[in-house]
Design a protein around this ligand. Structure first.
Ligand SMILES: Nc1ncnc2c1ncn2[C@@H]1O[C@H](COP(=O)(O)OP(=O)(O)OP(=O)(O)O)[C@@H](O)[C@H]1O
Ligand SMILES: [Mg+2]
Length: 484
């Protein structure tokens, strides 16, 4: 039944006027407002007088008017239907701003006219919040999709497992927005069979020690393996009991592929570098030997021949004799140059006298060339090492000395060669101006890189320590007596 109302009715007046929610009464035919309460005036920004001069159409958004008229004709003429929700509408305030409202209305008789009484609920803020929430949820889903990273959550007590769309995509699961059919076991079972115990152990351990965890494991996804990085962390309820485990899951297959390619190409680079080093060393040895043996012997024979000819010349041929002596000098100078070049290519001491003598020879030559003092200490008189180890130690020392000559401005260098257990340790330390290790990494240079590669090739360890004005120490530890 429609409510018979009159503003003189005190009870209705109280309900209408004192209602904190905006209420209006308007004529169903003319749409003229016949009564508005205080809350409505505040809501719309009109005085009561201004309001009563308006029709309901004037507070509607123009686009909504046809729909509104239709709704009045179809629904509200149904007398006795009581309160009805007429949905969400756009209304205009006095300042022309738009508000979103939810309206409940019912048919009343007011001052003997058929009217509609409305109860208005402003939901602008709620809609805005919902929209913002929807937007940030959509942005989060998009960001997760781009980054191939999803999130999941396990309610420990209820044993329910929920995950984001992207996590479901990574795990090849059907995405359940609200409903939940998964538990922690079904999550663990998504892991590749061999990795399931690992994932399970991580989760169990975290339940024991409450520490965050992270695991790289595999998932079998449509017959192909994908690599994921899963992380988890326990959160506690207000009684400090573990309540949930939050986590992320990231598809790192691409990254793994790149890492694998990088590892392979590094391995290939090392193999190539080792091959080139030994080929270079072999070539140097061969060239040194041939220079020394072949060319050296031929030149010696030439010198002997010239000397013999010289003895056969008579005094009147003094000019010829002098020419011959000049030629002999040139030959001898060439022999010396060849010996020097051969020795630089491959010091004969390395093969003939052993590493101790070769190192001593190298340091003496370094001292006479640069004037830098040296202090050499060897743990034993002789070292019996594989040729590869001897050669590389010698080359490392050579590069270290070259760097000292070029960069250190040192006055003294300390060289130690110690054989300790199954290791041969070379230390080269100078008292020069040192260098900033972080800065040096930014410059392209090959000397220290070469040292590093030689040490790596021999499965050894390298320590370079240096600081401005504090000298430089290069220490290499190379395992001996094992296959390298
Ligand atoms: N004993 C040292 N004292 C001071 N600075 C040094 C010493 N050894 C190396 N450095 C610094 O480290 C840098 C890198 O050395 P590295 O041997 O790799 O390259 P480089 O000597 O500059 O060039 P190259 O590639 O010809 O060897 C040098 O440029 C120098 O600044
Ligand atoms: Mg160098």
């Amino acid at each position: 039944m429609p409510i018979q109302s009159n503003l003189n009715d005190r009870w209705f007046e109280f309900l209408f006027e004192a209602n904190p929610q905006p209420m209006t009464i308007y004529d169903i035919k003319t749409y003229q407002f016949l009564a508005v309460n205080q809350a409505a005036c505040i809501q719309y920004g009109y005085t009561q007088e201004e309001f009563l001069n308006l029709t309901v159409l004037e507070v509607r958004h123009p686009d909504d008017i046809p729909e509104f008229i239709k709704s009045i004709k179809t629904t509200c003429l149904d007398v006795g239907s009581g309160f009805q929700s007429s949905g969400i509408w756009r209304h205009l305030k006095k300042d022309d701003s738009t508000i979103y409202i939810e309206i409940s209305r019912h048919l009343v008789e007011f001052n003997n006219r058929k009217c509609i009484c409305t109860l208005i609920n402003d939901i602008t803020d709620r809609l805005l919040t919902e929209k913002t929430l929807q937007y940030s949820e959509a942005s989060l889903a998009e960001a997760q999709h781009i980054a191939h990273i999803g999130n999941w959550e396990w309610d420990i007590f209820k044993n329910t497992f929920q995950c984001s769309k992207e996590a479901a995509r990574i795990l090849s699961l059907k995405y359940h927005d609200k409903t939940n059919t998964m538990n922690i076991d079904s999550f663990i079972s998504t892991a590749y069979p061999e990795d399931k115990p690992l994932l399970n152990e991580m989760i169990q351990k975290s339940l024991r020690d409450f520490k965050p965890w992270s695991l790289e494991h595999r998932i079998l996804c449509q017959n192909s393996l994908i690599y994921v990085k899963t992380k988890g962390r326990i959160t506690f309820d207000k009684n400090n009991c573990p309540a949930r485990m939050f986590g992320t899951i990231q598809n790192i297959t691409e990254q793994k592929k790149i890492e694998e390619e990088l590892r392979n190409s590094r391995k290939e680079f090392r193999e190539l570098s080792a091959f080139l080093q030994s080929a270079l060393e072999e070539n140097r040895t061969n060239i040194a030997r041939e220079l020394h043996d072949e060319l050296g012997q031929s030149l010696t024979a030439l010198d002997l021949g010239l000397s013999w000819i010289s003895t056969k010349l008579k005094p009147p041929q003094a000019e010829l004799k002098e020419k011959l002596e000049n030629l002999r000098n040139i030959v001898n100078f060439t022999i010396e140059a060849i010996q020097r070049i051969a020795s630089n290519l491959r010091p004969p001491a390395l093969d003939d006298l052993g590493p101790a003598a070769a190192i001593e020879g190298l340091l003496e030559e370094f001292h006479s060339r640069t004037g830098i003092e040296f202090d050499l200490k060897l743990s034993q008189e002789e070292f019996y090492l594989e040729d590869k180890v001897i050669t590389n130690i010698f080359r490392i020392l050579q590069e270290a000395l070259t760097n000292i000559t070029r960069h250190a401005s040192a006055t003294k260098v300390y060289v130690r060669l110690n054989q300790v257990n199954k290791e041969i340790i070379l230390q080269v330390q100078d008292n020069g101006n040192g260098f900033d290790m972080a800065q040096h990494k930014k410059k392209p240079s090959l000397g220290l890189l070469g040292i590093r590669e030689r040490v790596r090739m021999l499965n050894g360890k390298l320590i370079i320590s240096s600081a401005i004005n504090a000298g430089t120490l290069i220490e290499t530890k190379i395992p001996i007596g094992m296959k390298t």
